[in-house]
Every structure is written in C-alpha cells, then in structure tokens.
Design a protein around this ligand. Sequence first.
Ligand SMILES: Nc1ncnc2c1ncn2[C@@H]1O[C@H](COP(=O)(O)OP(=O)(O)OP(=O)(O)O)[C@@H](O)[C@H]1O
Ligand SMILES: [Mg+2]
Length: 351
Amino acid sequence: MFQILLRSGQAEFLEGRIEGMRENSKLLDRIKISVLRYFDVSNDGVVFDDIVGGFTGAAKYKVEVEGRGSYFLKVADEKTHELDAFLIEAEGKIYDFLDKVGLVGDVFPKFDGLISEDGFKILVIDYLDNVSWGGPWNTKTVELLDRTLKRLHTTDLSEGEKKEIIKLADSVRGRLGQKTSEYIESEVDKKKKREEFLKAWDVSGRGFLNAKGEIYFNGNKDLAEEVLDVASSATKVKQTQLIMHDMNFANIGFSKDRAYLVDPVFVGLGSEYFDRTVAGVNILLGLRSGGDLEVKKLVTERFLVNRVALAKLIKYYVDSSFKKLGMSQDAWQKFHQNCAEVALGVFIEMK
Ligand SMILES: Nc1ncnc2c1ncn2[C@@H]1O[C@H](COP(=O)(O)OP(=O)(O)OP(=O)(O)O)[C@@H](O)[C@H]1O
Ligand SMILES: [Mg+2]
C-alpha cells in the first residue's frame, strides 16, 4: 500500500499511524505465539527478522521455518491499528481470489494463509528471495513487467468471479472513503471538476500551476482543454479486466526471470491501460536524468499506448500538485508534479 495516497489524495490519512507497532517487542512475542501455532512448530526451528521501513502501520517480518521455507508476514493489531488490520484481512481475501484464478506463484507470490487471532491479523505469503524491488529499469525488466501485466490483464474471469472481485474491491474502497463501482458521476460534478482543473492552468504563462503558484510545463494555449477533452472523449476504455490498480514501485519485484507483484489490496476490475500508463510514467520519471534511449523507447511502446488513460492520469497529477495541502505534503506534491511533467511530455508527443 502507498499508491493509496497517490491516488486518493488522502495523504493525511497515514499520518501519525506509522509509529507504534514496529519497535514493540511484546508485539513480536505475541505474533510468534500465533505463528508457531499456525505452522505447528516449536520455537527452535523458527527465525524471525524484522523488516523495517514502509509507510503504513502494519509491521512486516521475514520468518524462516525449518524444513518449510521462508515467509513474509504482514501484521496489524485490530485494537490499536484497526484500519491496517482491516486492510490485511482484505488482502488475504484478495489473495484467496487470486489463488482461485491461478495467479499466485506466478504474477503474485504464493499465498499461505491469513491468521486471525485475538484481533491480530497476520498475512502469510511466500518470501521472495533475491528479488530487487522497483527496478533497475532496463530492457530486461521492462520486458518482464510487460509479460507479468499481460498475464494479469488477460485473466479469464467468469461472471461470478467478476462479481466477487468487484465486491472485494468495493469493500476496500468503501472503507477508505473512495468511490466504489456504484458511483456514477453527475453532470454537475463533471463540470465542477473541469473548472477545478482549469484553475491549475495559467493562461498567460501557458503552463500548469503547482500549489505554490509556480508554473511548470509550458505548452500551447489549448493544452489544458485538450487534456480534458481527451480524458472525457467518446473512445471509452473498457473497464472489465483484472488490474493491479497500485503500480507503486515498491510493489514490483524482479527475480532473475520474473516480475512479481505484491500488495494486491487494490486489485479490481478496470482497464489494462491504467496499470500500463502509471507504470510507464513512473519508469520514465525514474529514467529522466540519464537512462538509455532504447529503454525509454521500449517503455513508451509497451506501456504508454493509450492517450485517454494518459489524459485521465494527467488530470489526477495536475490536480494533486495544485491542491493546497500544507508543508507536510510537499514531497508528495512534488512527486505528482514530476509525474505530470513526464506524462504531459508523452501526451504531446503521442498526438
Ligand atoms: N513476498 C515478499 N517477499 C519479500 N519481500 C516482500 C514481499 N512482499 C513485500 N515485500 C517487501 O516489503 C515491502 C512492503 O510490502 P507491501 O507492499 O506488501 O506492504 P505495504 O502494505 O505497502 O506497506 P508499507 O507501505 O508500509 O511498506 C515491499 O515493498 C517489498 O520490499
Ligand atoms: Mg506496498
């Protein structure tokens, strides 16, 4: 999880929830009891390692179980971290679904199970060894990610399975106060959003404005209108494929011959172009200072292929960079501005 911030604009939502769980040795003792019971082993054959870092209040561990292998644990206590616990349980249900449709151990790591005890939610998945996260971006990793996304997006779902994943995705979105599949945008809302977006366009400077009132990305006078028109153009993009929705780099790991996705809590139905466009823009941003031309070309060819999806994303990036959110969101907004710049560059070239 993380893209949750990037997509929903709810950056504040995590503040103050990061502290707490990690350095708590009592917590680890409590988790150990549950995990030993789950694997039905004694203390001797098990080694726990804390995995530090991350943005959420969920604690993460690597656990090695003698004779069984290594596992990645994601843990939260409902009593102190209710939302994280909810999200871990939801992730467990989504892993069950992904298992059923044949995607774990391939696109996603193998899912072992969810422990639910005393309000503790513990997600147990295969630990991916020798995996590098979020890059490096080269011809090989771009090809690997392309293959993994194709596999995910072409998953055959029955009508029942579609309903199931829509329900799971809605329960996560609903809990986070995001729009669910039921949401239909009214004409009034559409118009309001259009006006909001145009406020971020500085006609005299012919560029977009960030929250500090600085102009970035110079374009021709109709650029903002064009982005809006393309984003709402009649070429409707089908929203019926299984997609990741959260292409945050920390959720993409590369082994020697595979790209894995982890953290599927936002998996749902949508358009492959959404995942591809987000990935493409982020990779190009990563390659912005330097980076092989051949790799950039490949990224553009494979991922940046739909101008409607790109325009929608630009709207989101521009809006997020323009909102007045206060100092604590500076880095988050700067990141969005950088994404907007890259995406706008592609948008113009794609014409
Ligand atoms: N199966 C795995 N094996 C090894 N490492 C993993 C595995 N799953 C995740 N990781 C590592 O842990 C990190 C966080 O995992 P994940 O994305 O599931 O958590 P999260 O919900 O995003 O939480 P946070 O944002 O706090 O890290 C990943 O970026 C990756 O580096
Ligand atoms: Mg993550």
